[in-house]
Structures are given as C-alpha cells and as structure tokens.
Design a protein around this ligand. Structure first.
Ligand code: HEM
Length: 463
C-alpha cells in the first residue's frame, strides 16, 4: 500500500512540477521590467555614460528612477542596482542566479581558466587555493619581506618628483610577485615584469589580433609569460620542494590544475592585485596630504609603535602584531576605500529570469551592483563626500561597505592589500613628507578612478 502511495506521489510530482514551473515562468514574464530607459538601438545609452563622469550618470538615474533601474550600455541591456539589500541578493544570497561576466577580449587576455570567469566546483577549488596563500595565517610571516620592499621603494623616491600612481604600481607589483613566486621571484623578476608591462597595455585595447596592434603585442607577451611560468614550474617539480606561496598552492597535487590553468590564474591574480592596490594608495597619499590633522594622527600612531618597540628593546622590524595595532591608520584605509570606491561597480549576468522586488530581470541581462552609489549614499554615510576616517569608529550598517565585494567572488586578496598599505604607510608617515604638484581636483579614469595625472608629488625626508 505504502509503495503504491509513493508511486502515485512520484507521478503527481513528475507531472505537476513542470506545470508549476510553466505557471511561475508565465507569471514572471508578465512582471514589469525595472523603470528606466534603453536609449538608441544597439548603442543604447553608452554615449551618455561615457560623455561624463560615469558616477554622474549613475547618480542622475538613481535620483530619477530609484535604487533599481534599467539601461542599455556597451551593447547590452542592463539592470543597475544601488541598494545594499539588492547588492547582497545579487552577489551573495542568490549568487547562483547571477554569473560573472566580462568582455570576451578580457577573457582571452587574462586566460579563460582564470578564477573571475567561473562558478561552481572549479571556482570553489581555485578560491580555496588562492585563499590558502593570502589568508592571515599565510601572510603573517611575510610582513618583514613586504616591509623590505616598502623601505626600498620609499628610498628610491626620496628627493624625487614622481607620479604617485606609477610608483605605487611598481610597489604593488613587487609585493604581488613576492607573494606569488616566493624565492623564485628574484631570479625571474625582470623577465616577468617585462612581459607583464607589455601585456597590461592591451587590457583596454580593441580586440584586433593583427600584427602591430596593442592587442596582438599583448597576446604575444602573454604567451611569453606562460613560457617563463612553465620554466619555473619545471624547476620546482625537479626540486620537489613545497612552498607556501601562491604558486606552491596552485601546484599542489591534490588540486590537479594543468599548467595552463596555473598560468591563467597567476596572470589573473597579478591583474587583480596591482592597479587596485596602487590606486587606493594613490588616493591615500592625496587625502593625507589634504588633511594635515589626519596625517598628524596617523604619524603619532605609527611613531608610538616605533617607541614601544624601542622601550621593549625589540628590533625595529615590523611584525603582524604591530600591523594589528594601527586602528587610526586602518580607518584612513577604510575611508579611502569608501570615498574613492575604485571599483565603482561590478558585472553579473542573470542565468535565468529573476524576480526581484516585483520586477523582472530577464535571463541574459547584465546586472550591475553600484558600489560607489552605496558608499556615497547619505542614508548609509552622512555627509558622504567628506573624507572623515573617524566615521569608521562605529561599524557601518550591514552590506553598506563593500570595497572588496561580497559573497562567493569577494576579494581573496583583501588581507594582503590591507597589510601592504599599512606597512608602506608606517614608513611613509614616520620618515617622509610630500608636496603635491599641479591640479589635484577632479577624477581621471584609467580605468580605475584616479587623481589627475596619477598625482604628481615630490617626496622628501622629514626634518
Ligand atoms: C585595495 C585593493 C583591492 C581592491 C579594492 C579589490 C577589490 C576586489 C573586488 C571588489 C572584487 C570582487 C569583484 C566582483 O565581485 O566582481 C575582487 C576580486 C578579486 N580580487 Fe581583489 N581587490 C584588491 C586587491 C587584491 C589583491 C592584492 C589580490 C591578490 C593578491 C586580489 C585578488 C582578487 C581575486 C583573485 C579576485 C577574484 C575572486 C573571485 O572571483 O572569486 N585583489 N577584488
């Protein structure tokens, strides 16, 4: 009897499930699209977006239509969202309904098997491997190596007029290479850098793969980078040593990654680590330069660390515990991440028709959580345009502060990024001062927002 009942229940379930699906799909199809305009056929509103500061475009749309609106940019229909709850829905709670999406040319250049482009098991495997190399326990012992890179960089800038962003890029690349390749970094540093510099020139170029084009040169440099990596992998396998750097994590036998997968992900991590951290450092130098009382407070906090090490008879080398004892400096970093919001938004694509707050987000449409709008909303941060690190003395409301994203694709390098910024700021504020040269107002996009011309400064030793 029970078996018969189960049989009928299964039959009813099998027949009714597709019926329910159809009904709910029909209902969703009838839902309205979010408010907003789609502009001209194909070009949509791309011109409006890029003819002005993109933040102005987003802000004016938000003012007119609210925190969820539709538009059409770069050949794609999009839904833009700017409420903390919607961002959490897309990036975290229902991340299964939205896949990451990038222009095909970026995928080709970084490598199709890089972490950013994936979901599911392969993505989770890569994420574990990356997190293992960059989680606090793994980077705890790297403080003195990062410090050596910071001290050397600052010494080379002493007395010089410099482009802050360019120099910070060199610093963040050196830190990234150190943490990816460990000991091998010294032997291959120059070759790796030479190829990477050519490769990065093509990141935002037209994807035309003909001799002479930037894209073509980049793709060649990418091949060369993969060859250098193959050499490093070969010699590591010969030595049979285990290393606790990112390459060591990727090479672990259990991970079962091919050399091509390793190459794509090494290049991907360099890409993710470099300009992001360098842009934030550039903004920090600007904000500290413009806010003498904040600079003074940071300097005093950092000098206290030096003094207390002297009093205990410890050597002057920074350690992990010191970096956890820098609350004022940490708040300067947080406030810079908020005000500068260097990743103004990110891209996802709906993998099926999605209902959100009574609106339909159709399958295949791009969905853009607008981090900058969330960080600059007076509902989340009073007087949002003001640089005020003390606002972080109180924790921000949930999901209102996402400089490193949220959910399954959130930044696995955030601890390393914060560490390398703290270490550089320790030496910068205790030993140096700087004067800013030329206009400092306004924002340039390259593609991250930056002060004009990368913030030219002259750095000098403190008297
Ligand atoms: C201040 C500097 C940085 C900022 C503001 C930043 C921000 C972000 C954000 C917002 C995301 C998520 C993007 C999305 O959801 O679409 C992300 C992802 C990522 N970041 Fe960072 N990042 C920084 C530094 C770094 C560093 C130093 C590394 C590596 C050492 C790194 C490696 C990555 C990787 C591999 C991903 C992709 C994760 C995934 O798809 O699962 N980032 N980053």
């Amino acid at each position: 009897m029970a078996a018969l009942f189960c049989f009928f229940a299964a039959l009813v379930f099998l027949f009714l499930l597709p019926l329910f699906r159809m009904l709910s799909l029909g209902r969703r199809r009838k839902l309205p699209l979010p408010p907003g305009t789609l502009g001209w056929p194909y070009v949509g509103e791309t011109f409006q977006l890029y003819s002005q500061n993109p933040s102005v475009f987003f802000a004016s749309k938000q003012k007119r239509y609210g925190s969820i609106f539709k538009t059409h940019v770069l050949g794609c229909p999009c839904v833009m969202i700017s409420s903390p709850e919607a961002a959490k829905f897309v990036l975290s709670t229902r991340a299964d309904l939205f896949k990451p999406t990038f222009p095909a040319s970026k995928e080709r250049m970084l490598g199709r098997q890089a972490i950013f482009f994936h979901q599911g098991d392969y993505h989770m495997k890569l994420r574990k491997l990356v997190m293992r190399a960059f989680k606090p326990d793994a980077i705890k012992n790297k403080v003195s190596q990062i410090e050596a890179i910071a001290v050397e960089a600052l010494r080379s800038w002493e007395g010089q007029s410099m482009n802050t962003f360019q120099e910070m890029k060199t610093y963040s690349l050196n830190v990234a290479l150190q943490n990816i390749f460990g000991e091998d970094e010294i032997r291959y540093r120059e070759q790796l850098k030479r190829c990477y510099y050519i490769l990065e020139k093509g990141y935002n170029s037209m994807p035309i793969n003909l001799p002479g084009t930037l894209f073509h040169k980049s793709m060649k440099a990418r091949k060369e980078l993969a060859q250098i990596l193959a050499k490093i992998l070969f010699s590591r396998r010969q030595r049979k040593e285990e290393s606790n750097d990112l390459l060591g994590s990727f090479m672990e036998e259990k991970a079962g990654l091919t050399d091509e997968q390793i190459a794509d992900n090494v290049i991907g991590v360099i890409f993710a680590a470099r300009d992001t951290t360098a842009s934030v450092l550039t903004w920090i130098v600007k904000y500290l330069g413009e806010n003498p009382s904040v600079l003074q407070a940071v300097t005093e906090e950092q000098e206290l660390i030096i003094k207390s090490k002297n009093n205990c008879g410890q050597d002057q080398i920074l350690n992990w515990a010191d970096t956890k004892n820098m609350p004022i400096t940490s708040r300067v970093i947080q406030e810079t991440l908020r005000v500068a919001s260097i990743l103004s938004f990110t891209f996802r694509e709906a993998v099926e028709d999605v209902e959100y707050e009574g609106y339909l987000i159709p399958k295949g449409w791009k969905v853009l959580p607008l981090f900058r709008n969330i960080h600059h909303s007076p509902d989340n941060f009073p007087d949002p345009e003001r640089f005020d690190p003390s606002r972080f003395e109180v924790a921000p409301k949930p999901n209102t502060f996402m400089p490193f994203g949220n959910g399954v694709h959130s930044c696995p390098g955030n601890e390393l990024a914060k560490l390398e910024m703290l270490v550089l700021l320790h030496h910068l504020t205790t030993k140096y001062r700087w004067s800013m040269v030329g206009p400092q107002n306004g924002i340039q996009y390259g593609p991250f927002p930056l002060p004009p011309n990368g913030l030219p400064i002259t750095l000098f030793l403190k008297t």
